[in-house]
Design a protein around this ligand. Structure first.
Ligand code: ADE
Ligand code: ZN
Length: 349
């Protein structure tokens, strides 16, 4: 066990910013900043229902998940060509690099694009080219996870999966997102079994707004390796024990939870309770362009609001490597760099 020394409170934000970390829950379409939405709209001749960047930003006052998703899908309508997908991903990857994110597993929603007539090849090739360039030019390891939209049918998900199979070497897993309540994980049992048979990793959003029952079925029907969000687990003691025993990673997104009113305020977030229960909790940005911040904003604001300490910072960063789908060699290398950062901060005290 690595010994984490106390860090003076005023130096904790800098440690949070500088420590190497992995991001395991980012919807790449949720990284589209209003400025880029308008630039792409102009480049592609797409008419937006907002007069300008300020008017679009002013609409970012969400009351729940659905109120956000309506605007999020409208924003993605400017993406038409391979270069658009590349530019979106590249802008995020540069932000990730600035936040000392050394590895990222990015969700993408192909159905949001294929339903508008954009070919699967356009989506995946653009995003994948940005991932390749991120490793070469930024030293950031980047992978893709294909998400099915759960408000659509399983037949639609199966068709999407078949359309994506020719590009199977360009994504590492499948996930499940969009409107949670009323669309339980078991609705997608067959397509997840098929993805597993193809050797892909499995993750799913569950317990964001939905009940603990959705987390049980994500685990026991879909057989996911990670749960995205999962903050509703605290309402089920048996589920908490199961998650702790298996060290099932939860990709928690504090600023997202705040903006979508999952908690009344960031200071009421239950991340401390989840960590104290021994769960493999990670911090992530979800849809950073819409929720007011990227990785370091999530870390700094959450620590300030909830009073987490340096020991918990170390746990969150090391959990992000443990919970990732990277190789053991990569994980060991990042863990070594993480320890060096903590050592540097303890020596300066
Ligand atoms: N798609 C993008 N962000 C999402 C979220 N927070 N929950 C469900 N689906 C999403
Ligand atoms: Zn999400």
């Amino acid at each position: 066990m690595f010994k984490v020394h106390a860090v003076a409170p005023h130096r904790l934000p800098q440690l949070l910013r500088e420590m190497p970390k992995a991001e395991l829950h980012i919807h790449i379409e949720g990284s589209l900043e209003p400025e880029l939405i308008f630039a792409l709209a102009q480049r592609n001749g797409v008419k937006l229902p907002y007069a300008n960047v300020e008017a679009l930003r002013a609409a970012y006052a969400f009351t729940n998940l659905q109120s956000f998703l309506d605007i999020y899908y409208a924003g993605a309508s400017v993406l038409l060509h391979e270069q658009d997908f590349y530019d979106m991903a590249w802008a995020y990857l540069e932000r990730a690099k600035a936040d000392h994110v050394v590895h990222t597993e990015m969700f993408f929603d192909p159905q949001t694009h294929t339903e508008r007539g954009v070919p699967m090849a356009t989506v995946i090739n653009g995003l994948h080219r940005a991932c390749v360039d991120a490793q070469a030019q930024l030293g950031v390891s980047a992978q893709l996870i294909l998400c099915f939209l759960r408000h659509l049918s399983e037949e639609a998900a199966l068709q999407t999966f078949k359309d994506a199979l020719p590009f199977k070497d360009k994504f590492i897993g499948v996930g499940l997102d969009s409107s949670e309540v009323g669309h339980p994980p078991e609705k997608f049992k067959n397509v997840f079994a098929l993805a597993h048979a193809h050797g892909l990793h499995l993750v799913a959003h569950a317990g964001e707004e939905g009940p603990p029952a959705y987390m049980w079925s994500a685990l026991d029907v879909l057989h996911v390796e990670r749960i995205d969000h999962g903050v509703q687990a605290v309402h089920d003691a048996a589920l908490m024990a199961r998650l702790a025993k298996d060290r099932t990673p939860l990709t928690v997104c504090p600023l997202s939870n705040q903006k979508l009113c999952v908690f009344p305020d960031l200071k009421n977030h239950n991340i401390g309770q989840l960590l104290d229960a021994g769960l493999c909790v990670t911090i992530n940005s979800d849809d950073p362009a819409y929720f007011g911040g990227y990785m370091n904003d999530n870390f700094v604001q959450t620590f300030e609001a909830t009073g987490l300490n340096a020991q918990q910072a170390y746990a969150l960063a090391s959990n992000s490597f443990e919970g990732s789908f990277a190789t053991e060699q990569q994980k060991n290398q990042w863990l070594h760099a993480l320890k060096q950062t903590f050592q540097k901060f303890s020596e300066q005290d």
